[in-house]
Design a binder for this molecule. Structure first.
Ligand code: HAM
Length: 439
């Protein structure tokens, strides 16, 4: 029988790598708390219409990459419904914002999420069909200041801080403004006209996009198309004064905060909801899929899915790509946020008769927050030492004599010191740093 494997584009995350993921998530949560963000958890699947209307029918994500199925009615009271595994989380957050009437609080909502997303893309390094995002959204009624360029700058400054605290070295913030929806419509028309002549010389995707979604032509990566794209009109020239002023205020605030950025007039992003500020943080170590994270402003998204006016800005970090980046960096940077933590002690029962006593001792020690692993009485002592040496700072020998006397033999692997420790003092003894390590 053929062995079953994880589905193409999905993968298992195993220890110790999961330890690194947990550390990254913990650092992100800590940084978000400092900026007054709270966590939101939305469902992993939603009504398909949410993404069609929110992300945009013409985007690659919606037209080609969604995992969609018809959820048949199971009872008369139910209707069948088209459902989709979320390809991204912004539309779900805005849906929740509308559903829970968060706008009525009159306050800015600062929400973050950590979770899997699903896109049926061609898998390659840094691109999976199930991948993880750490994202955040700032959304609210205009009266709460949700349109303010200060919010854009705050989000970008927070991201710079987060990447620095994660010891990600060598990131680049690429920044652009795609203007208001009126600006974009104007620009789309200019682009469509300009493309009539050049599109036939470009790749098949560009030829299609020239008609359906001209803005996406700017995102083409095909080498031969680049000279044509460079010669196209720039979106910055199509912005109205209000959009230009908004963008100038964002860059001025970034300058004041000392956050470096690079203007990239071709940065248009692959989702249709963006307005004004758009950005990506890229990293050279990632290869073709070099976007560590992406985001921007989406001032019309709430209305597009039936909600009140609720401008917003947010981002999503590709967690898989963040991990790849860290793993590609010099070890010293990685060690500062992730060292595989050994157990405080390995308990080696001498003989199977001591197994139950070992479990009881481990229970006692674990209650005082010590990391403990237990061996098995069927192991020879040599084998116990070999295992213990790999995963713990110390080994605790538990034989019949020790059980009777209540005095345990403890060996410290780093210093080689062997000590007799009364059971009542064992927990305090193990809490003390082993030679040269801090516990
Ligand atoms: P996005 O650019 O589609 O934006 O995705 C954000 C990030 O998710 C990417 O920069 C990348 O790091 C990661 N990512 C995307 N697709 C994959 C994949 N197949 N495999 C691995 N990583 C991937 C959004 O999703 C928007 N919702 C971001 C946003 C939030 N905009 C405003 N608020």
């Amino acid at each position: 029988m053929a062995t079953l494997k994880a589905v193409r584009g999905t993968r298992d995350l195993l220890p110790p790598e999961t330890e690194l993921w947990n550390r990254i998530e913990a650092i992100a949560r800590r940084v978000f708390a400092r900026y007054h963000f709270g966590e939101i958890r939305t469902p992993i699947f939603e009504d398909t219409g949410l993404f069609a209307r929110g992300v945009g029918e013409e985007t690659d994500i919606v037209s080609k990459e969604m995992y969609t199925w018809e959820d048949r009615a199971r009872a008369q009271s139910e209707k069948s419904q088209s459902l989709t595994l979320r390809p991204e989380n912004t539309a779900g957050v805005v849906r929740a914002y509308i559903e829970h009437k968060l706008g009525e609080t009159g306050q800015l909502q600062k929400l973050y999420y950590i979770g899997p997303q699903f896109r049926r893309e061609r898998p390659q390094k840094g691109r999976y069909r199930q991948f993880w995002q750490i994202g955040a959204e700032v959304i609210g009624p205009p009266s709460a200041g949700s349109e303010s360029p200060l919010r854009d700058a705050e989000v970008l400054e927070m991201l710079a801080t987060l990447l620095d605290e994660l010891h990600i070295e060598g990131w680049t913030l690429e920044l652009n403004s795609v203007g208001s929806s009126a600006d974009r419509e104007r620009y789309n028309n200019v682009l469509r006209t300009a493309l009539v002549e050049v599109a036939p010389k470009m790749c098949a995707d560009c030829q299609r996009r020239a008609v359906t979604n001209p803005l996406r032509v700017l995102d083409c990566k095909v080498h031969e198309d680049q000279p044509f794209i460079e010669a196209l009109p720039k979106i910055g020239d199509a912005l109205d004064q209000a959009s230009k002023d908004h963008f100038a205020a964002v860059t001025a605030a970034l300058d004041a905060a000392g956050v470096p950025y690079k203007l990239n007039p071709r940065l248009v992003r692959g989702l249709d909801y963006y307005t004004r500020t758009t950005f990506e943080f890229t990293h050279g170590g990632l290869g073709a899929q070099n976007a560590l994270l992406g985001g921007g402003r989406y001032d019309g998204l709430s209305e597009a899915i039936g909600g009140p006016k609720a401008p917003g800005i947010g981002f999503a970090i590709g967690l898989d790509r963040l991990v790849l980046t860290l793993q590609g960096q010099p070890k010293i940077a990685l060690d500062t946020i992730c060292v595989e933590t050994p157990c405080h002690a390995y308990i080696a029962p001498l003989g199977e008769g001591q197994n139950a006593a070992a479990l009881a001792l481990a229970r006692e020690l674990r209650k005082s927050d010590l990391r403990i692993e237990i061996g098995d009485g069927s192991f020879r002592l040599k084998k116990s030492f070999e295992i213990a040496n790999k995963l713990a700072w110390r080994i605790v020998i538990l034989g019949e004599d020790e059980a009777k006397s209540g005095i345990l033999t403890v060996k410290d692997f780093l210093s080689g010191v062997q000590a007799k420790v009364p059971r009542a003092e064992l927990s305090a003894y193990l809490q003390k740093p082993a030679d040269g390590v801090s516990t």
